[in-house]
Design a protein. Sequence first.
Length: 202
Amino acid sequence: MAHEIPQEGQRANHPNGLPSSASRYSAVAMALHWIMAALIVWNLASMMLTPQAWARTLLPTHMAVGLTVLLLSLVRLLWRLTHRWPPLPATIPLWERRLARGSHALFYVLMLAVPLSGWLMVSASSGRAVNWFGVASIPPLPVASSRYAVAAFYEMHEIGATLMAGLLLLHVAGALRHSLPDGGTPLLLRMLPRRSAYQKKS
């Protein structure tokens, strides 16, 4: 019997609390989520948590990863607009559902704005192409070379990255909170591949 796709606010879980097929993300959405999460965490850590000398060494990779995040963000946004997202369980309060929707929207803005501002900064400062992992050279954006433009794009990049780091911590905390034994519906399972252990429980 086919599963009916639940509307927001309706229960979309099995009786044992595990998410049903209708409330789980698709394989494409999962892949985009985890690949982008790894790339974003690496890029944030490579600049924020490493000594300055190391950060300079990692800068070419940082820029290549940033352009990859920008491309994947466009793919993910297109996928998001053309595919239905699973609703949050009814056990989650309305204010948390609204907070989740707002934070997801901000994520998309930052996933586009942070790498784009970095690309603009590099284009305005040196006008050189970005070496994409030694495979391709990504040409600079057509912006005027100006120290004021560089400073503005740098501020945008730094502020955006800081917001991204804070939002990421909030996102992880929320997912873990709802995945603890007393946290209600295990939201983390919605973004994990279905395994035999999960199938046995369901």
